[in-house]
Design a binder for this molecule. Structure first.
Ligand code: NAD
Length: 476
């Protein structure tokens, strides 16, 4: 597919193009234009027109358009899923799952268009104030820049564009250069569904070029970003005075308590899926597992037998469980981190081999030292670290020993222990008797510490993407 930028509904091509390659075998999937500062400027100017045009749509009309977009994507789910598999390298099962979630995210956003509520402000509650009444409303911000990562190009873009349009904002989307083709199709669907073409724009190209130009444009009133901590920090230092929502990385931890001995096989499977889905390239992949010493050996045995049973290979095959990572550079880095942990005294339990430029066996490593990258940083690959702990308190301390704080989980029968965990672990979300990879699209979702600022989930994103305007009447 020859990709293009979409500015005011017009397809924009450039002489210089970037190739999009299938992560599994490096074959060419398509190309996208290498956008630059001038393209960003034009897209933002057009989006300002789009913002004005959106004001002519009622909330009900925005609800209808988002609902229609969800229906169109649902009808074309096979086509979207196949493209996702080619761009991201995720298995076809995973791609169908993402399309289903995107349909749900747009449907939830549609509903929120009708629920942008304000409330009365009791001015007369202040001393000496009489005869003043008023209220506040939530109003759209203007042009929102939506910058998205490679791993869930469809659903994560819907998490930005859906609430933005629901609230009446226009958007300029800058998708990952690895996975832009899916996002171009999404934008076309939104226009087909009834949004003004000027309100939904897509820029393609490199982050440091066209992405940076979008971030620095002062007419962009908010940047909603999902991606790595490193990029998030650069964006916030470059963008100046505007609103930011930041959905960043993590190295999610989970604790398996001593009382779980009767269900270690089940837990190993769930935790294994949480770590190896999409070859570990999920922001809430299970990366660090802390297991009580009484059940440690049994858990490790079950986890390694689960990992060894997974089929690694071509993501287009229905029976593949684990596909490739995004590119050779990512695989090189992951292999280096495994080597580093082993050289510092960690022990390989299973996997650890590289099967091709981008395929890595599902890998389990035990007793990983705290100062190794596998413990401290986000691996974003099919690697699970399993360390032994002797108490709930030690597990909490280990999980909190991280710059990140997105989600964490605990498996236990101890109610008080679960509550202590929920209160003391520093994360945006806690899962009890569930893996931290659990997410449904309506829930508030986001991180603390370096994992981010703000919350997604359409209801919460609409709050982030609106300003409060206070209106006061003097009736004296
Ligand atoms: P990335 O940070 O490399 O890139 C994300 C996006 O930012 C891309 O579109 C890229 O082109 C753009 N970009 C890069 N430099 C830029 C700049 N200077 N200015 C403007 N834009 C710029 O991330 P990635 O490798 O695509 O995705 C993986 C990361 O995303 C992981 O860290 C993962 O945890 C995170 N992630 C977080 C969530 C979440 O909800 N918290 C969800 C998915 C992924």
């Amino acid at each position: 597919m020859k990709g293009y930028m979409l500015i005011g509904g017009k397809r924009v091509f450039k002489k210089e193009e970037i190739e999009i390659r299938f992560p599994y075998d490096n074959s060419l999937v398509g190309t996208i234009p290498r956008g630059d500062e001038r393209d960003a400027q034009l897209a933002v100017e057009v989006a300002e027109v789009g913002f004005k045009k959106l004001k002519e749509m009622t909330a009900y009309e925005r609800f209808r358009a988002l609902e229609k977009a969800a229906r169109i994507i649902s009808k074309r789910s096979q086509e979207f899923a196949q493209l996702l598999t080619l761009e991201v390298g995720k298995t076809i099962k995973e791609s169908m799952g993402e399309v289903g979630r995107a349909v749900n995210t747009l449907t939830l956003s549609a509903e929120e268009a009708k629920r942008v509520l304000g409330e009365e402000v009791p001015f007369e509650g202040a001393p000496g104030v009489k005869g003043k009444v008023g209220f506040y409303r939530r109003v759209p911000i203007g042009v929102i820049g939506c910058i998205t990562p490679f791993n869930f190009p469809l659903n994560l873009t819907c998490h930005k564009v859906g609430p933005a349009l629901a609230a009446g904002n226009s958007v300029v989307i800058k998708p990952s250069e690895n996975t832009s083709l899916t996002v171009i199709k999404l934008a076309e669907v939104l226009i087909e569904a009834g949004f003004p073409p000027e309100a939904v724009n897509v820029l393609t190209g490199y982050g440091e070029e066209v992405g940076d130009a979008l971030v620095r444009n002062s007419k962009v009133r908010m940047i909603t970003f999902t991606g790595s901590v490193e990029t998030g920090k650069v964006i916030m230092s470059r963008g100046g005075l505007k609103k930011y929502a930041m959905e960043l990385g993590s190295n999610a931890g989970v604790y398996v308590d001593r009382d779980q001995s009767s269900r270690l096989k089940e837990l190993a499977e769930r935790i294994g899926r949480g770590g190896f889905t999409l070859a570990g390239q999920v922001c809430i992949s299970v990366q660090r597992v802390f297991v009580h010493s009484e059940v440690y050996d049994g858990f490790l045995k079950e986890l390694s037998s689960f990992a060894e049973g997974l089929k690694v290979g071509d993501p287009r095959s229905e029976d593949t469980d684990v596909g490739p990572v995004i590119d050779k550079g990512a695989a090189d880095r992951i292999m280096d981190w495994i080597e580093e942990a082993l050289s510092k005294g960690a022990e390989l339990v299973c996997g650890g081999k590289r099967l091709s430029d981008t395929l890595i066996e599902p890998t389990v490593i035990r007793d990983v030292p705290r100062d190794s990258k596998l413990f401290r940083k986000e691996v974003f690959g099919p690697v699970i670290v399993v360390n032994r702990v002797s108490s709930l308190e030690e597990a909490i301390e280990m999980i909190n020993d991280s710059p990140y704080g997105l989600q964490a989980g605990i498996f236990t029968n101890d109610l008080k222990g679960a509550m202590k965990f929920a209160q003391e672990v520093e994360c945006g979300g806690i899962t009890v008797n569930e893996i931290p990879t659990f997410r449904v699209d309506q829930m508030p979702y986001g991180g603390v510490k370096e994992s981010g600022i703000g919350r997604e989930g359409p209801k919460f994103a609409v709050e982030e993407m609106t300003e409060i305007k206070t209106i006061c009447f003097d009736l004296n």
